[in-house]
Unconditional design. Sequence first.
Length: 263
Amino acid sequence: MRSYHNKVVWITGASSGIGEAMAREFANQGAILVLAARTVEKLQQLKESLPNAEIHTVVSLDLTDLSKVDDVVSSVINQVGRVDVLVNNGGISQRSLARETPIEVDRQIMEVNFFGAVGLTKALLPALRASKGQIIVISSISGKFGFFLRSAYAASKHALHGFFESLALEEEANGISVTMVCPGKINTPISISALNAQGQQHSAMDHNQETGMPAEECARQIVLAARKNKPEVLIGNKEIIAVYLKRFVPSLFRKIIRKQKAT
């Protein structure tokens, strides 16, 4: 299995939720972290709480502003020398009906979840080729099927699979591996920051998140799957059964999914 000791791991969306939990898991395994998000203050607090805090780097990065991504990447490479692992975790969820959601909100979700991940990945490809590195993409079980109040969110996660599965084929010869991660219900604040039809925060902790798997356990399973170079991993509790139902018993899946609570 892979070892992350002394490996440089760049994590987007590292200020909370799965990103923060993954930062702690990688740090405990001896990784050198590049912690990226829009909120530098939270990242700094996280950095100072990690083992060997002095070796980690905090980066301000807005995934909706790709005009600055090349400069950010160059600055980080000059500072830390290389990047061995990119964790595309940064993203935003949705809580709104498709018919009530303006196209501008759909675009905003796609900009963060899809184009942000793609843009940063392309900027880091030369460094990842040089290190024969790894890309970990945090998708969702919503990347496997659509769901209530998640039209743009599910679309953005579906798009990640199409892009990164293609990239994995193209870059395998250059030593780059890709692990797609599909979390189910995880106890994070993702529902609080989710966008409603007005493009504003949902500002509520949904039952599905509140009762979900702890983010720390999710992060542990993600890192273990990445160490094993798994191309894809489903993480969660009984909700991940829905992925298999859709694949093998689609008629039953459709009956069950209609009865699920959206939040």
